[in-house]
Design a protein around this ligand. Structure first.
Ligand code: CA
Length: 458
């Protein structure tokens, strides 16, 4: 009820003041005031976020309500991550590269208390300047329905039904998901419930792993069995081991071959010559994966297909040479699977971040997803608002990977309706408090496997 009252309150805000606080007037912990870089507001800016303890604290009185937090900043080298705490709730975010200019960053929406409020900015990646913050009264965005058309004109009926089901439920509930079968079983053992979405990785079918005898015994079969037993929804990512040029030394072993640091494979060079051995090896790998995806298609299982993820981070070889080679590879992959191999059970999921120039385009992407690893208390409003702005609400948005469970109370409060979430495997899910895990899976707006309707009828 409290939440409802708050939400009603936000629809017609009685508050109306924008607050502006200069960083140089805030409380500093091991950070310094500088005015070396010009273009700041007030009398300077705060910088030297060098250690985890270095921070900046804004403490102020405000009228209660929902506000958008704007941070005036500069980051003169590249984009830089930061950490944020608003009245005890931690989150994190990314400052885009600003060059020599000071810029404004939209950090998300936050509820301020009547009376005292505290906002702390902590190092994260460091190497940025903070000029000021603004808090602007705001409301929740109106909900938009995404496009209903999938990119593949010959897409399977089951895939269309799945997509229609996702659209029908978007903004009303969130499908629970989990990476890997053994962690799906773990969730069942703790909560008695299974996630509606099984998230899997086709990694070990990469030919350069098969060459090292990666164990693929029964892997696809186990996904098919899981999907057919409980009518669960399948999403598959691909940690694509580089086709060749694996370094295979300590710390850069063959099984880390999807990491940029573990291979010398140069995507840009490979794409530059379509007759080159390395270009042909890219196609060989796609062809090998097509065989496996066909097995899922033959079983009439739609796949929320999420290849080439987190490209803009650069830590995977497919993102190491910038957006142009990446987008080229995405289109080659799309064309090879859909048009050449005629794989028609794939709903194409692009994992996006703050750098929109990596987007392969509406003709090749059906759903947008984000991989977010942040503090458990984060509502992820900054990330959600960014993605709604970037895609103007025209694409369904999912939380394809996370290190934490989204909090359903915060999702309702802030209107953050991920189509589905999937927590990453191992310690990420297992270190989550078991009572909290139960609470989330039992929540009325979090859909578990037993609550899934027959989505094939949509
Ligand atoms: Ca300032």
């Amino acid at each position: 009820m409290l939440l409802l009252l708050l939400l009603l309150g936000f629809a017609t805000p009685s508050f109306g003041t924008t607050y502006h606080f200069e960083a140089e007037s805030a409380l500093r912990f091991n950070t310094i005031i500088s005015n070396d870089t010009s273009g700041y507001s007030g009398t300077g800016y705060v910088t030297r976020f060098d250690t985890e303890a270095d921070s900046l604290l804004f403490q102020f009185d405000a009228d209660a309500g929902l506000y958008e937090l704007i941070i005036g900043y500069a980051t003169t080298q590249t984009r830089k991550g930061y950490e944020l705490t608003v009245n005890g709730a931690r989150s994190s975010g990314m400052f885009s590269y600003s060059g020599p200019e000071f810029m404004e960053h939209r950090a998300g929406k936050f509820i301020l208390n009547q009376g005292t409020n505290k906002i702390t900015i902590r190092k994260g990646w460091g190497h940025y300047h903070i000029d000021y913050i603004n808090l602007i009264p705001t409301t929740l965005d109106s909900l938009k329905k995404p496009t209903t058309q999938l990119t593949d004109s010959q897409i399977s009926l089951a895939s269309v039904s799945l997509y229609n089901f996702l659209i029908a439920n978007y903004h009303t509930c969130i499908l629970s998901g989990q990476q890997d079968l053994h962690d799906i079983k773990y969730i069942k053992s703790v909560t008695g419930l299974e996630p509606a979405v099984g998230a899997f990785d086709i990694i070990d079918y990469s030919p350069s792993r098969v060459a090292y005898q990666s164990d693929t015994t029964g892997v696809i079969d186990s996904w098919i069995e899981w999907a057919q037993t409980g009518h669960g929804i399948v999403t598959v990512c691909w940690h694509w081991n580089a086709p060749t040029d694996l370094i295979n030394k300590k710390g850069k072993e063959w099984f880390r071959g999807f990491y940029t640091i573990a291979t010398t494979f140069d995507l840009e060079a490979a794409l530059a010559d379509t007759t080159s051995d390395r270009y042909q090896l890219l196609l060989r790998d796609i062809d090998a994966i097509a065989v496996q995806l066909k097995r899922l298609e033959k079983a009439d299982i739609p796949v929320l297909w999420r290849p080439l993820h987190e490209a803009a981070g650069g830590w995977f070889w497919w993102g190491a040479k910038g957006p142009e080679p990446f987008k080229k590879l995405w289109v080659i992959l799309y064309d090879r699977l859909v048009n050449f191999h005629q794989v028609h059970n794939l709903i194409w999921v692009f994992t996006s971040d703050d750098q929109h120039e990596w987007y392969p385009g509406d003709d090749y992407v059906d759903i947008i997803a984000m991989d977010i690893y942040t503090a458990p208390s984060s509502a992820m409003t900054g990330e959600w608002d960014l993605i709604q702005r970037q895609y103007n609400g025209k694409k369904l948005v999912a939380l394809s990977e996370s290190g934490t469970l989204p909090d359903p109370d915060k999702c309702r409060t802030y209107g953050i309706w991920w189509s589905w979430f999937a927590v990453w495997n191992g310690s990420f899910i297992r270190e989550i408090d078991k009572n909290y895990l139960k609470k989330v899976f039992q929540d009325k707006d979090i859909i578990t496997l037993n609550e899934l309707p027959d989505w094939r009828k949509y």
